[in-house]
Design a protein. Structure first.
Length: 380
């Protein structure tokens, strides 16, 4: 019997293997990981510093321990070179593997900003445990961190760094933080709270170059300003990992395109997690990943099950000013209406008909108003 092969041993891959094993004890499962295959929760990378957690402390299990727990085979440090859908085989540098079904849980890759200068190659991005270990090693000798990208992950790292006693300067073209998800009232309130916590902002501009200066770096911005720092961290966003899928002939559109059953355009190949675009929607968050893993495990076990997404709030881990947001559907027509409430800011995205299509809450309002707004919304 050929195994179920899962390419990717991150949160998506391991979650699927765990859900599948609950339903099917006998089908062999093979997980292929490009890294060391340790199990950890990737969202914890952006708030581990203030908690005093190293990369090793974030790792909950080794690849061998996961293999034993899941009664599966895990191949760490194994790079998949290509997929042959006709032969139903996966080709790696160490050998070829036939599959009964194949799941791509490839995750996403950091977007690298176009930077000039002899220090550009020293700019760090954090996308896995190895990245985080390198970051922590270099951070020991750094006091001032320049952080490129004022989005969700950038703000979480900024908050974590100032909590740990570091000086932080955030750089980005946005008018206010997390502008792709938040309305101005909530984003501005988040910015003010992080400013009070010690974050410096350089918004409405971008970094053009990074050059070595003494033991640190000088960033030149396109508005003429300069920022000097001991370490430069980029958090400008992630791009779904689709190269392997595209080369195998799968349709790619905002990720690996799947239907509601997480089936790709090629027979017997599925996609899950940050690399997938389910019915054209890429949802790079934990809640849709876990729901997808449960549904796909049932499908792979013989009971076709579509993934159904309820309203899924996104929690931004910024203790200086907690934020919860339910973004309106892509392409939704409506307007944000915001008001200051005694314990924070409440913003609702309303269609012209008055229907509530999304909301954002900041401060204490994240707990006092959250449930009422969730009750007012139906399934996505």
């Amino acid at each position: 019997m050929h195994p179920l092969i899962i390419i990717g041993a991150g949160l998506a891959g391991y979650s699927l293997a765990r859900e599948f094993r609950r339903l099917d004890k006998d089908t062999p499962v093979l997980l292929i990981s490009a890294d060391d295959g340790r199990y950890y929760a990737k969202p914890s990378l952006s708030n581990a510093l203030a908690q005093g957690k190293t990369a090793d402390k974030l790792a909950l299990s080794s690849a061998a321990q996961m293999a034993d727990t899941l009664k599966s085979q895990v191949l760490p440090h194994t790079l998949v070179e290509r997929i042959d859908p006709q032969a139903q085989q996966v080709f790696t540098q160490d050998g070829n593997y036939a599959y009964s079904a194949l799941v791509l849980a490839l995750g996403a890759e950091p977007i690298r900003p176009p930077l000039a200068g002899d220090g550009a190659s020293a700019v760090l991005s954090i996308n896995n445990l190895q990245d985080y270990a390198q970051f922590r090693a270099r951070l020991d000798k750094a006091q001032h961190v320049a952080l490129i990208g004022p989005g969700l992950i950038g703000c979480e790292f900024a908050n974590d760094l100032v909590q740990a006693g570091k000086q932080v300067s955030v750089i980005g073209p946005d008018a206010y933080p997390v502008s792709s998800l938040l309305p101005p009232a909530v984003g501005t309130a988040l910015q003010q709270a992080l400013t009070q916590a010690g974050v410096n902002w350089h918004l409405g501009t971008v970094a053009q170059s990074v050059t070595h200066t003494g033991q640190g770096y000088t960033l030149t911005l396109n508005n003429g300003d300069t920022v000097t720092a001991d370490l430069v961290l980029s958090a400008v966003g992630l791009r779904p990992s689709t190269t392997l899928a595209a080369a195998a002939g799968l349709t790619v559109q905002r990720g690996i395109l799947t239907d509601a059953y997480l089936r790709s355009s090629v027979s017997n190949i599925y996609a899950l997690g940050d690399c997938a675009a389910v019915a054209g929607r890429n949802l790079p968050y934990v809640a849709p990943l876990m729901l997808g893993a449960k549904a796909l495990a049932k499908t792979l076990s013989g009971a076709d099950t579509a993934v159904i997404y309820p309203v899924m709030p996104v929690q931004i881990k910024t203790p200086a000013y907690p934020v919860v947001v339910v973004p309106p559907p892509l392409g939704a027509v409506g307007t944000w209406q915001a008001e200051t409430v005694p314990d924070g800011v409440q913003a609702r995205f309303l269609a012209d008909t008055g229907e509530l299509l999304g909301f954002a809450l900041g401060g204490g309002a994240t707990t006092t108003h959250r449930q009422a707004l969730l009750n007012a919304m139906g399934a996505v």
